[in-house]
Design a protein around this ligand. Sequence first.
Ligand code: GLY
Ligand code: MN
Ligand code: MN
Length: 455
Amino acid sequence: MRSQLKKFIEQMDENSVAIIPAAHEQTRSYDTEFKFRQDSDFWYLTGFTEPDAIAVIDPSAKKPFTLYVRPRDPLMETWFGRRQGVEGAVKNFGADRAFSIEKFPADLGKLLDGHDKLYYRFAVDRDLDQQILGYFTEQRVRRIKTAYPPHTIIDPTPILGHMRLHKDKKEVEYMQKAGDIAAEAHILAMQKVKPGMNEGQVESLMEAYMKDKGASGVAYNSIIGGGDNATILHYVENNMPLNDGDLILIDAGAEYQGYASDITRTFPVNGKYTQAQREIYDVVLDVQKQCIDFTVAGNEYHKRQEFSIELLTEGMKKLGLLKGKTKELIKKRSYLKYYMHGVGHFLGLDVHDAGRYYLDQKATASRPFAPGMVLTVEPGLYIPPDDKSAPSKYRGIGVRIEDDILVTADGNHNLTSKVPKEIDEIEAIMQGSATRKAPSQKPALQKPARSKGTR
Ligand code: GLY
Ligand code: MN
Ligand code: MN
């Protein structure tokens, strides 16, 4: 049995059963779908990457792990792609038994009857919610005197979130690979960007590189913002020309075996930072390095946020963006005008990964970092183009620098250190004089990946 599933079972209460659904395909328009992406919790527990499946986990049963999956179907597979079917679910994914998903509604009653507790997360899969509510309605209304439906429903999210927070060796390997691929794609962008190019061309060359190197694609929609587009935090239109004299902010990460990387670099379109751009960049880079150093075991999540606010507020004062006493500026939250997001988040199967930032129910006790956690460090400064109170030389400049940091027993490890962030190094790469080995653009011959339960 997959170790994640084993650990989940160890944490389930006595005489309980869990129902964990896979994701479904989503309509893009009319009769076409978005590219399918598995639900992260389901993927984590089962390794199964097909839509429309349900895992039923019943530790007290002789066969604790049941998978309901799409059955083999030559016609459907000819049209829409291969399926593992019930045979594959057992053979390749370690299910103790597997059935067609079509059988699930009829089986639901006997899967739940006689258990004290049901682990199920409501409000994600509305159809399944309805089936489960239908079961309870029937039990309670008609047969409650003789039947024994679960009397407690538990959301498995906290257990799964806590498990996903701590990455094991294999997960770290995948995340390192996701980091390396994205880092190389950023270097490629530094080599190729020049005035007159379109943001979309940068997006396509980076994404092609990631796929070529074995990533399934991007981990989230890439943000490629030239000029003042860099001051829009989640700018994803990526369709404007890149102008001489502007910066370009690229926030792009790869997904490898389901795991995300999340990198941001900000560099000059023409290869040379202006004095004003350099001044902002230096502040952000210095804060980023200090916040990376802060990301070690024992330090707390919210303390790191406060630390970034303190450092950036000092920086904003130095740049003349804010005036006054640092303490007062922080109290009044004046920094929000130019720094309005968190300094980082957990990273893993989801780019904003599972796991709680607090230890307690009231959200007052911040979680300390611990070995195996992966967090981004991504401070930024964004000066709106029409901000009359900012020195004019800074208006329309947006800078963010983001790396992915694994907390280790003796400090931390930067999973995305391959892509440079020092001004000299970036300028050298852009001017073609870098000594660092450039990523090869030669296509690697790779068989298309098929899901074989190898995660
Ligand atoms: N790429 C989204 C983020 O940095 O959080
Ligand atoms: Mn990012
Ligand atoms: Mn991020």
